[in-house]
Design a protein around this ligand. Structure first.
Ligand code: KQY
Length: 385
């Protein structure tokens, strides 16, 4: 599985409409999703999958440059329901991995029922792209529960992958073997828990991600009174004592978390709740983390919460990815649904042998550099005149 920071052919998203997840008939969420699609499409092609009854509305609302396809789903979490793409390094062929999806825990602690349409999303993406796919009939996994460095190392959390609602019949070692075998990796780094009260059972994509092989970003709080502190500290200790598949010690960059964010009364009132169990209440803590950003070709699309940590987080991310443009998006409406920008996107790697892609990228970078030099020389010339 190539790392997210490797070149993409494009990005996939789904259209939000489920009124139990997205308040006020999903209108505010649709606007936020549009901002994300628009921001990413400046850098790579974006496809948005839409249910039949929202198709015309989505086509009208989304900008022209975004491809809209009819693609049924139960909700809009493309990271988790969509295909995970893998690539053959030598031939450059891209294939999909089609895991089982059971709405984050099935009948044990899943978040909705049914999830039959979500289950078919990965297959339909691969069909549209004419990509072969590996089908796992007996293994539940969501894309948001794994990160890869593209160089042999995966990272995940025990809280999620060892949860009762997923692959309870498999041991930790067996789960690691399935991951390595389907994703072409050699080692899994297991953190303990994800974000405090994250209803996905602690997806890694709110907690930790790779900047490059050997370097990770870790969600962090210094507030010892926050239950989040112990979780971060434990994960930090694990990372400090780990090496990756290539034997490297990890460089760890702490990325501050925003101060605890909670659901307002007005926001809770805007949600449909068919029964008492699915009611949401004012004051519920939201799983907010800047780690939940998307890496596109040439840019980072980063959540913004209107919090005092917004600017610091963006600066740290810019320093980690100096060659990419950091774009921040007010993502509270996505957060209210239980996830963020990374959860609603899925990258499709660029097909082609790694060596050819690297050569093409080096050539492009050299041309850009030469053009910059040329521009500088002519500006200096004009100033001289
Ligand atoms: O964060 C995600 N990857 C999905 C969250 C699902 C929440 C459903 N309410």
């Amino acid at each position: 599985m190539p790392a997210e920071f490797e070149p993409h052919a494009g990005c996939w998203m789904l259209w939000p409409q489920k009124p139990e997840t997205w308040r006020l008939g999903a209108k505010p969420a649709q606007k936020a999703f549009i901002k994300v699609a628009q921001a990413i499409s400046k850098y790579e092609p974006v496809t948005v999958g839409v249910n039949e009854d929202q198709y015309a509305n989505a086509v009208r609302m989304l900008p022209e440059e975004v491809r809209v396809v009819e693609l049924a789903s139960n909700d809009a979490w493309m990271r988790d329901t969509g295909a995970t793409f893998v690539k053959n390094d030598e031939t450059g062929e891209v294939r999909g991995v089609d895991w089982r999806f059971n709405a984050w825990g099935g009948l044990v602690d899943g978040l909705y029922f049914p999830w039959d349409l979500d289950e078919q999303v990965a297959r339909k993406m691969c069909d549209m792209e004419r990509l072969d796919r590996y089908v796992l009939e007996d293994f539940v996994l969501e894309g948001g529960s794994i990160h890869t460095d593209g160089d042999g190392t995966l990272i995940t959390t025990e809280e999620c992958l060892l949860s009762d609602g997923r692959n309870h019949n498999l041991s930790k070692e067996e789960i690691g073997e399935v991951l390595c075998s389907y994703l072409g990796a050699d080692k899994v780094i297991w953190l303990k828990n994800g974000l405090y009260l994250d209803e996905t059972n602690g997806h890694i994509d709110n907690m930790c991600c790779f900047v490059e092989p050997g370097k990770v970003l870790l969600a962090w709080t210094d507030n010892e009174k926050d239950p989040q502190y112990q979780i971060c500290k434990e994960n930090l200790e694990i990372l400090e004592n780990e090496t990756d598949a290539k034997g490297r010690k990890l460089e760890i960059v702490k990325l501050p978390l925003p101060s605890p964010l909670t659901l307002t009364e007005e926001e809770a009132a805007g949600l449909d709740a068919p029964d008492e169990a699915s009611e949401r209440h004012e004051g519920e803590r939201l799983p907010a983390s800047y780690i939940n950003f998307y890496i596109s070709n040439g840019a980072l699309i980063v959540p913004r919460f209107g919090d005092e940590k917004d600017a610091e987080a963006a600066e740290i991310l810019q320093a980690c990815f100096p060659d990419r443009t950091v774009t921040t998006i007010d993502s509270r409406e996505i957060l209210l649904g239980g996830g963020n920008i990374h959860c609603i996107t899925q990258q499709q790697p660029l097909a082609g042998p790694r060596s050819e892609i690297e050569a093409a990228m080096a050539e492009k970078a050299a041309k850009e550099e030469a053009a910059k030099e040329q521009e500088k020389t002519s500006e200096e010339g004009e100033a001289h005149e």
